[in-house]
Design a protein around this ligand. Sequence first.
Ligand code: SAH
Length: 462
Amino acid sequence: MSHFPIFLKLQDQPCLVVGGGDVAARKTLQLLKSGAKVTLLAPKINEVLTTLLQERRISYLQQIYEETSIAGMSLVIAATNDSAVNKLIAQHAKAEKILINVVDNPDAGSFIMPSVIDRSPVMIAVSTGGSSPVLARLLRSRLEALIPSNYGKLAGLISRFRQRVKGHFPNIKERRRFWEHILQGPVAEMLYAGQEQRAMHLLEKQLTGESPSVDSSGEVYLVGGGPGDPDLLTFRALRLMQQADVVLYDRLVAPGIVELVRKDAERIYVGKERDRHALPQDQINQLLVDLAKQGKRVLRLKGGDPFIFGRGGEEIDLLSENNIPFQIVPGITAASGCASYAGIPLTHRDFAQSCLFITGHLKDGTMNLNWPALVQPQQTLAVYMGTHGIEILSRELIKHGLSQNTPAAIVQQGTTSEQRTYTTILKNLPDIPKQYEIKPPSMIIIGDVVSLHKKLAWFESN
Ligand code: SAH
């Protein structure tokens, strides 16, 4: 071990930062976070430091470094752009037994600063012994992705309930099991989702035994899985996918995403409307309730975003009636995914000031849409479920006043390796599915922004 890891208490401690540039500013900000009293020494300071000075958050010595400058300091950071000066500061500080960090020369100082994952009061510090800050930063970003941003709130919850839990479970093993369950179950999830009051309420119930048994408290996560590319999942979606006991998914969820579900979780395929093996919506709703009542952590995985043409509202309705805790995790909706991956900005200063998400789903052979609202100028239309009614769509839009020459595109299986973008004009839109075999799912985008595809396409190889 080249460095001994410690966490230093710097509240109200006098600290000196020598240097007035970006690095000095960064270090100053870090020190301020820990409550240190920072003095900055430099002939000139940058904008960030000037602002800190104006806000009276730091003291400033406008001068060049002298040996006496470090007197009385608990800690010094040498961050000038002159390595000889930095070295000199280190020598002086070491002689005075003052903690010293040299930004461009870790070996010259007495301590180095780690990459930090801050979930205060939980802190994770990563160090490579000064050998590779890039590696430390990479590792840090991996851990950042893994640990929910509200993780620190768990620590607060534990300290608030510690005494009572101790009283309730005098046996240390039982106590540990209780906390393990709390920290990995619905209470923790509620905290991560920012529902502190509910989390405390549930913890209270589990402690007093009002919630029948700790293990019978199931919950449901309604999770948006995005349009197809697994990289577009949110951190939260992935985390919940890896801890769910059972996952319900349908045809719209890409196989690469289903694969990321915890290996030993039960997977239930519930199909999709056009599918003969589909489970009717009310049965899906009921299944979610039944599984949660068995104490399971149930994840309902939806394509795109659960609240955009995803019937998410219906699915959670019954949960709420049954008092089953649930949370909803947004996903990247198909319009957004397809547009980005096809190089078609949905809005653009020169072409479109608004964008409508509409469904082209046919009901009794017709499309019941507010046509006059759809044919407004400078507007993009993103049409979900539109392929079957593509003729009606094209005809009605033209009939209601949209130019027949308006650029239009079909994006097939957007964001996946099978993505294909076909562009044309509104009048000829219905010809595309006749000419090419369009594989579902596909999205129709109509509007002048489509003309940008030629220039901005970046994802498809052909
Ligand atoms: N909740 C989903 C939409 C469900 S409706 C979301 O937010 O994306 C289903 C329709 O979404 C499909 O008929 C298709 O029009 C569109 N869609 C979903 N994924 C798609 C993809 N990868 N590429 C193109 N269109 C997609």
